[in-house]
Design a protein around this ligand. Structure first.
Ligand SMILES: NC(=O)c1ccc[n+]([C@@H]2O[C@H](COP(=O)([O-])OP(=O)(O)OC[C@H]3O[C@@H](n4cnc5c(N)ncnc54)[C@H](O)[C@@H]3O)[C@@H](O)[C@H]2O)c1
Ligand SMILES: [Zn+2]
Ligand SMILES: [Zn+2]
Length: 361
């Protein structure tokens, strides 16, 4: 039987979100209905609301979530009813050209639910990143569910579903940060701070946090930054160079995603170093730079989609590290809120007073 639940919907570009009653169809053969326990507010939700991702309104927002499997389709074998899972937006297909070449973290054909959730009038919803978890329940593909330790705090481990994984992975997977590296992270929100925590876990010895907001820099220190740079008052590139013997950092991670921050990342990097772009630019942004600089500085310029993670590999191990006290994931949860508080959470994200607001259901 299709069921009706509450959910947060962005109906039109730039307009405030609203709580609507949505209909969840019965799961298709490989689909799963998850009773959502918690879902973090990510900057990408705001990008969706502002039309920065695409125009497929109305969107069902929310995508960094954990919950319990409530019902499953006929062919589901990956999870069972009652499993505690973190939702992911990389259910690898195993069949596409990336998967077949042994690089499934690039999977070009990830699985989502086979059916659409709808508004009362039958309008089909576009779930953010194929998840849509600012809702009592949501419909996903079985591969979007990763079982983790059921004793963990749902609000904390749900964050692995997007921003925190993206940041950790930008450092540990895409940037391949290793022992003794110097790392600079531009933009210290949830994603950037996770990159800082990832750099620390990977053994980086110099970790420079760059932000325009001094409050954010305090959080960044708490998560492992060894130095901070307030980009509102000093030149970020010169400051990073100064802190790295005049050379620049081995790995610079842009967790903002704007032309000016990417350029800073490019020039704050040592020769043959690595730039990782994990912040998401909007379609109108362009970059103009001397081509000779790309050549003469060498190294590698990478983008990080979801921290190049493999949820089945990475989520359980990161939850274990968290449970062992080696990865302070709980520090990303600044506040616990209700479904009605999403707009206020966007506001706080803008003001920089939160790392993550997490909706608890
Ligand atoms: N690549 C991925 O898979 C992935 C996944 C999740 C989120 N993201 C993206 O990562 C980005 C960051 O997300 P978030 O949730 O941490 O956002 P956030 O808004 O919490 O944090 C952004 C931070 O950047 C700082 N900032 C903004 N402009 C700056 C500048 N010019 N110089 C220095 N600092 C600046 C802000 O003060 C803030 O601390 C967003 O673009 C988001 O869409 C990417
Ligand atoms: Zn694939
Ligand atoms: Zn996200």
């Amino acid at each position: 039987m299709p069921q009706q639940v509450r959910a947060v919907v962005a109906k039109a570009k730039g307009e405030p979100v609203s709580i609507e009653t949505i209909t969840i169809p019965d799961p298709g053969p490989f689909d799963v209905i998850v009773k959502v326990a918690a879902c973090g507010v990510c900057h990408t939700d705001l990008h969706y609301r502002e039309g920065g991702i695409n125009d497929e309104f109305p969107f069902l927002l929310g995508h960094e979530a954990s919950g319990v499997v409530e019902s499953i389709g006929d062919a589901v074998t990956h999870v069972e009813i009652g499993d505690f899972v973190v939702l992911n937006w990389r259910a690898v297909c195993g069949e596409c050209r990336a998967c077949k070449r042994g690089k499934p973290w690039y999977c070009f054909d990830t699985h989502n639910a086979s059916k659409k959730m709808t508004l009362d009038d039958g309008t089909e919803l576009s779930p953010a990143l194929g998840i849509g978890a600012f809702a009592d329940k949501t419909l996903v593909h079985e591969g979007q569910c990763t079982k983790v330790n059921p004793d963990s705090d749902p609000a904390v481990v749900g964050l692995l579903g997007c921003g925190v994984m993206a940041g950790l992975g930008a450092a540990m997977n895409t940037g391949n940060v290793s022992r003794g590296d110097s790392v600079a992270v531009i933009g210290c929100g949830g994603v950037g701070d996770a990159a800082i925590a990832g750099a620390r876990l990977a053994g980086a010895t110099t970790i420079i946090a760059v932000d325009r907001d001094s409050g954010k820099l305090e959080w960044a220190k708490d998560l492992g930054a060894t130095h901070t740079v307030d980009a509102s008052s000093v030149d970020a590139v010169a400051a990073v160079q100064e802190l790295t013997g005049g050379f620049g950092a081995d790995v610079v991670i842009d967790a903002v995603g704007r032309p000016e921050t990417w350029k800073q990342a490019f020039y704050a990097r040592d020769l043959a170093g690595t730039v990782v772009l994990v912040g998401v630019p909007t379609p109108d942004m362009t970059l103009e730079m001397p081509l000779i600089d790309f050549f003469s500085r060498g190294g590698s310029l990478k983008s990080s989609w979801y921290g190049d993670c493999l949820p089945e590999r990475d989520f359980p191990l990161l939850v274990d590290l968290y449970e062992q006290g080696r990865l302070p994931l709980e520090k990303f949860v600044t506040e616990r809120i209700g479904l009605e508080d999403i707009e206020a959470a966007f506001e706080k994200m803008h003001k920089g007073t939160v790392l993550r607001s997490v909706v608890e259901l």
